[in-house]
Each structure stands twice: as C-alpha cells, then as structure tokens.
Design a protein around this ligand. Structure first.
Ligand SMILES: [Zn+2]
Length: 341
C-alpha cells in the first residue's frame, strides 16, 4: 500500500551517506529550541510549558543525533522553568538564550521584566527579541520601549549577546504579509533593528535565519559592513535550503568575505512526538548546504516552494574549510566566552 513519505525524508535519501562532509572538527549549534516536552503539547505550535508528563526524552534524542553530526554544544531557547532540569541532565552541552516576550498585547511591562529576571537569576548567555511581522499585533516590535529597557537590564547583568528575529521569507510578504499596512514591508522590518544596533553598539547583535534575508546577500553584506557588531546565524533549514541554494556563489563570497561574522544554527525544536530522523534531516541538510558541493533534490518537504520539482534543489555553498571551521565552531566559542562586563 502506498503511503506518503515523511516530511523529513520525501526523497527516500540515506542520511548515513555523508562522504561529502569535509568538516571533521566540533560544531556549536547557535540557534535551537531544546525544551522539555509534554504529551499535551500541540503537534506543531509552541509547547504548553506546564502541566504533567514533562519529559527530557526528545532533548536526549536531539542532542544524541547532534553529537553524531559533531555538535558538542547548543544554545537553546526554552522556558525559564526548563533551565534547571536541562542543565542538571545535560550540563555543558547546553547554553541558554532567554526570550524577552509578551504572550498577549495587554501583558504588562512588569511581567516581561519579571520573566527576564527569572532567566537572569539562572545564568544566560543571550537574550532574544522575536520580532517577526506576525508578532506586531502583540506589540513585539524590536524597538518597543519595554524591550529597550529589558536589554538595558540584561546588559547590566552582564549579557553581551542579543539575537533578533526580524522579517521572514520574501515569499511570505507576497502572501500572508501582503497587507503592508498591517505587517509593514520587508524593508521596514530592518528600521528598528538598525535603531537598536545604534542604541547599543557595545552589544553583539545576531540576526537569526540569515538575518531574515537569505534572498538578498547584498543586503546582508551592507548590514555587516555598516555594523561591526552584527552577526548572522544560518538557522531555519528549509528556508536556507530553498533560498541560499540558488544564490550559492553569492553566499560563498559573502561568508568568505566575513568569515568571523556567521554562526551555524539549525532552529531545531524538540517536540513530543518527533522521530529521530526528523532531527537527522536538519543537521544533515545544514551541513550539506554549507560545507559541501553536494547538489540534488532537497530531502525535506517545503510548503513554501512552488517549482517544477517536488522539493527545491539543495546546492551546497562549498565553503573553504577554514571558513567552515569559523562558522561552525570558532565564532560561537568566541562569543560564548566573552567576558562578563
Ligand atoms: Zn528559532
């Protein structure tokens, strides 16, 4: 009986086939969501974060798979309550990145500061400002006054790293974000980011998901040139496979020009019912995309791709080995070891 292939392997690829990998050193995953999971979590959306049945089983599977791909440390975003159990179980394998957020538009600034305080008490390396266009109705502007204040408080506590999610794929601005009066144009998403980098030039700013603009390596280059404290992570695997591959030469030139400013990331999320091969697929595609010259059909289903073939073509960027070593490990190591000020 025919059944549809799983989203993590639509082409039936053998993920044990890794002869094209060239990097043999350690890797740090700078962007992931390793959390406790619960049987009552929704299959896709964010976890409920409380209630019975909290489990570290998915975190164990994910980090075990990661180790098989060379990942020896992961910077994770998780609820403040998850830090202690994760740290007890995984120790130095994890470092923590705290979301500065509001769950609803009418949540008070004080609630956001109290949440930050709980993170700071436990020791974190980074704070995250999630500012996708779909967060605007909840007031999640990157330069909202309560976020400026929260970043000041984090800085006073010694935090040097700020990760930001700005923008989203170009494809979404033609569809879900077509209402520019409500969501803003793609270019408008970067105004607040630049304002924040000017307000806090002493902090390191990390643009998640190729800074939201893998479609325009020239724009990424302009940001890197203008802001010496700006870094970019490679996470969001489907998006990068789809949009970096057709511009592989431009991205190789960009990463080779700024090899110290990029950080390997997956954006993997632990979810209660995921199978091991889901995690395998993302590590495999990230490594294949950046360090190799592999070319073929992407093994991962991608609802944002509308081409002739079932999945986009994954075309390896084929970074020089010394650039790969910086992007995969040394840059992250340097940032995570920044002295507390
Ligand atoms: Zn993420």
């Amino acid at each position: 009986m025919a059944s549809s292939p799983p989203q993590y392997n639509v082409t039936g690829i053998d993920y044990a086939e890794r002869d094209h990998f060239r990097h043999d050193g350690p890797i740090i995953d700078f962007h992931a969501h390793v959390m406790r999971t619960r049987p009552g979590d929704p299959p896709t959306g964010p976890p409920v974060g409380s209630g019975p049945g909290a489990s570290l089983a998915q975190a164990e599977i994910m980090l075990d798979v990661g180790a098989d791909f060379g990942v020896m440390q992961t910077l994770t975003m998780c609820p403040a309550d998850d830090i202690a159990p994760l740290r007890e179980r995984f120790g130095e394998l994890l470092a923590f990145n705290a979301m500065i957020n509001k769950k609803t538009a009418d949540e008070s600034d004080g609630e956001a500061y109290r949440n930050l305080e709980r993170f700071l008490e436990q020791g974190i390396h980074c704070v995250k400002l999630w500012s996708a266009p779909r967060g605007r109705e909840r007031g999640l502007f990157i330069d909202a006054p309560w976020r400026i204040e929260a970043v000041k408080r984090a800085r006073s506590a010694g935090v040097r790293l700020v990760m930001v999610h700005v923008a989203d794929p170009d494809a979404w601005f033609r569809t879900v974000y077509a209402d520019a009066a409500k969501f803003g144009t793609k270019a408008e998403q970067y105004v607040g980011l630049e304002k924040m980098m000017q307000l806090f030039p002493d902090l390191v700013w990390i643009g998640a998901h190729m800074a939201g603009d893998a479609e325009h390596p020239d724009h990424l280059q302009a940001l890197l040139e203008e802001y010496p404290q700006f870094y970019i992570d490679t996470s969001a695997t489907k998006w990068q496979v789809r949009e970096v591959s057709p511009r592989a030469d431009a991205h190789r030139a960009l990463l080779t020009k700024y090899p110290e400013r990029f950080l390997f990331g997956t954006d993997l999320v632990t979810r209660h019912h995921l199978t091991r091969e889901h995690y395998v697929s993302r590590y495999w595609c990230q490594r294949t995309l950046w360090e190799s010259a592999w070319v073929g059909a992407s093994p991962i289903a991608d609802a944002d791709y509308h081409g002739e073939t079932p999945t986009p073509t994954l075309r390896g960027v084929n970074l020089p080995d010394e650039v790969t070593a910086l992007v995969y490990y040394r840059n992250a190591k340097r940032l995570l070891n920044l002295p507390i000020v």
